[in-house]
Design a protein around this ligand. Structure first.
Ligand SMILES: Nc1ncnc2c1ncn2[C@@H]1O[C@H](COP(=O)(O)OP(=O)(O)O)[C@@H](O)[C@H]1O
Ligand SMILES: [Mg+2]
Length: 235
């Protein structure tokens, strides 16, 4: 179980203190939690706080009772935390296979590398020896990033907008990746209705704070909020 207790995050901006997250108390259990909300409400900040890429101004993060607030990113990785960044690193001469081997240094079996690629909807034979350079599209890079997360494995998976750049790819493939991770703690920042639909829990951030819903309530709230914006009746 992952717990955020009284998490606050503020930054200094031209001598003003800007509060980005205020008194967040959340529990993440095994299964899928989707974090959603309008741009700028602090979703990515929350993910970064969990991994300690940024340190909270106040509050603590616990994993199975252990205070992990100040652990380094390597220490998080050793505990089984896997963060899927927007895009994988690109280095000239580095192939897709190299990246998958780096992600899972214990197992360099070609058959496993191919399986991770097919799980993200890529034909292994076409991609395994491709260089990860400017010739890959954004969507392809995104899928390679997801394949790396699968190769890395772990207990806690964090995905920040995994749908970005994969519009042409069948969403069902993406959903099945998440569903296969259901015995892990999976936290996904997403705006996509189909991803929200497969969540066990949905955290909706807004400028005033946050609420926790099941996916039916969450989609209902989001639709009502959209109607409100379009001038329709809200509530
Ligand atoms: N270091 C920073 N300095 C100033 N503002 C920041 C900083 N980090 C984040 N913010 C602001 O905090 C808000 C939340 O950012 P972010 O977590 O990236 O939002 P989201 O992922 O929900 O779109 C945004 O308004 C962003 O501009
Ligand atoms: Mg973001």
């Amino acid at each position: 179980m992952l717990e955020l207790k009284n998490i606050n995050y503020s930054v200094k901006n031209n001598d003003n203190l800007v509060q980005i997250l205020n008194n967040i108390n959340l529990t993440f259990n095994k299964g899928i939690t989707v974090i959603t909300g309008q741009n700028g409400t602090g979703k990515s900040t929350l993910i970064k706080l969990i991994m300690n890429l940024i340190n909270p101004t106040a509050g603590k993060v616990f994993y199975n009772g252990l205070d992990i607030t100040d652990l380094t990113i390597d220490e998080h990785a050793n505990l089984g935390f896997t963060l899927s960044f927007q895009q994988p690193i690109r280095f000239k001469g580095i192939t897709v296979r190299d990246l998958l081997n780096i992600a899972n240094s214990k197992n360099n079996k070609l058959s496993d590398a191919c399986e991770y690629l097919s799980k993200v909807g890529m034909c292994a034979k076409d991609y395994i020896d491709r260089e990860v350079d400017g010739t890959l599209s954004g969507g392809e890079l995104k899928r390679i990033e997801l394949a790396m997360a699968l190769a890395k494995g772990g207990e806690v998976f964090l995905f920040d907008e995994p749908e970005a750049g994969i519009d042409l790819w069948s969403f069902d493939d993406l959903i099945s990746i998440f569903k296969n991770l259901q015995d892990k703690i999976v936290i996904i920042v997403s705006h996509q209705e189909k991803i929200i639909q497969c969540a066990d829990k949905v955290v909706v951030l807004d400028n005033n704070g946050y609420n926790v819903y099941n996916h039916i309530e969450a989609l209902d709230k989001i639709k009502k909020a959209q109607c409100g914006k379009l001038g329709g009746k809200n509530e």
